[in-house]
Design a protein around this ligand. Structure first.
Ligand SMILES: Nc1ncnc2c1ncn2[C@@H]1O[C@H](COP(=O)(O)OP(=O)(O)OP(=O)(O)O)[C@@H](O)[C@H]1O
Ligand SMILES: [Mg+2]
Length: 339
């Protein structure tokens, strides 16, 4: 059986900006595939090519064996797309907006009315359906946008950052709804820069950075590949660098410690990768105590998707977001000063 979505060696530049350099991934039918990456990584560009809204420079994109580039009309029938920016006609009510959308898809009126009622109910929108969308909160706008993308019952639903800016309550409504859709057989591609969103929802994830897929697999396989647990510990405050280095050296001698690093920003904090054994914390504690380096705080965690990103790129997703934000600010400043 052909993959629900197949993207191979996708490249797309905007002028001299290579937005997507070489992206390949496959999504199986009935799966939630998460595309995770920092700002500017190429998520929206990939999604826009998949949804026939941008023309790839090269590479292939297929939906159930149908080429998106050669048969865009056929592809669009199979696709539902919820864009990153919500653009609703403010003077229409939620219900009117969905009726208009149904008419655009030539869905017979009776059928459309039934589908609209179901969507309003599952997305918890009934009490807002007859209010103008201009009065909606961000979360309500997102949900009505989601309903609009689903009216024609697409085989593949593509969502670009569907919960950005939503409060946790609205986010949970959307997550639950996406899980329900998956269990009814819909294939879902979702982009996000929220680690916890992809971790909670996706069956498989592709991590994208600067236009390239740098890791792909199930969230647990990607994390397991990194090996041990993470431990962050703090020795006494204002620890001199030499003493922190002594602690690091001491701990790196232990057989249960795979990696030990003094935190770049805090000399009294050490980041360790350890074997996932029960006695690890005790061993570390005893070793530091014997060397008269008391522990003031310690936390242990399993590797996260951010650790996967860190291992592949040498920076955390948050760092990547911050550097994208500061380069945007710089560009904005330059523009301003040129005026
Ligand atoms: N229409 C465009 N014209 C010129 N450059 C563009 C255009 N759209 C995107 N880009 C550039 O392409 C790169 C990838 O952008 P894209 O929007 O695909 O990233 P993203 O991963 O969706 O980011 P975000 O998380 O901010 O939504 C960025 O450098 C961006 O500035
Ligand atoms: Mg985007």
């Amino acid at each position: 059986m052909a993959a629900a979505v197949l993207i191979q060696n996708l490249c797309k530049s905007y002028g001299t900006v290579p937005a997507v350099k070489d992206v390949s991934f496959q999504v199986n039918q009935g799966e939630i595939f998460g595309l995770l990456g920092p700002n500017g990584a190429g998520k929206t560009t990939t999604i826009r090519c998949l949804c026939t809204l941008a023309k790839p420079d090269s590479g292939t994109i297929e939906l159930g064996g149908v080429s998106v580039v050669d048969q865009p009309r056929e592809a669009r029938k199979r696709l539902g797309y919820v864009a990153q920016e919500v653009a609703l006609d403010k003077i229409l009510t939620g219900r009117e907006l969905l009726e208009l959308q149904a008419a655009l898809y030539h869905i017979p009126k009776v059928e459309a009315r039934q589908r609209i009622e179901v969507l309003l109910e599952v997305l918890d929108l009934q009490s807002y359906a007859d209010k103008k969308t201009g009065t909606y909160s961000g979360g309500l706008k997102r949900r009505i946008d989601l309903a609009a993308g689903l009216l024609h019952q697409p085989e593949v639903l593509v969502l670009d950052e569907p919960t950005v800016g939503l409060d946790i309550e609205s986010r949970v409504v959307v997550w639950d709804f996406l899980r329900q859709l998956r269990s009814s057989g819909t294939t879902i591609v979702i982009t996000s820069h929220y680690l916890e969103e992809i971790d909670a929802l996706a069956d498989r994830v592709g991590i994208i950075d600067r236009g390239l897929v740098i890791a792909e697999g199930t969230p647990s396989a990607l994390k397991n590949r990194l090996g041990g647990d993470r431990i962050t510990l703090r020795i006494r405050e204002f620890t001199p660098v030499a003493e922190a280095e002594r602690a690091r050296h001491l701990l790196s001698q232990l057989s249960c410690v795979q990696e030990a690093k003094v935190n770049d920003n805090q000399a009294n904090a050490l980041n360790l990768v350890v074997t996932p054994d029960r006695d690890v914390l005790m061993t570390i504690q005893q070793s530091l105590q014997t060397a008269e380096l008391p522990i003031f705080g310690i936390s242990q965690s399993r590797p996260s998707l951010d650790d996967v990103y860190l291992a592949a790129t040498g920076k955390t997703l948050l760092d990547a977001e911050l550097s994208a934000a500061s380069s945007r600010d710089l560009k904005a400043e330059k523009k301003q000063s040129m005026r």
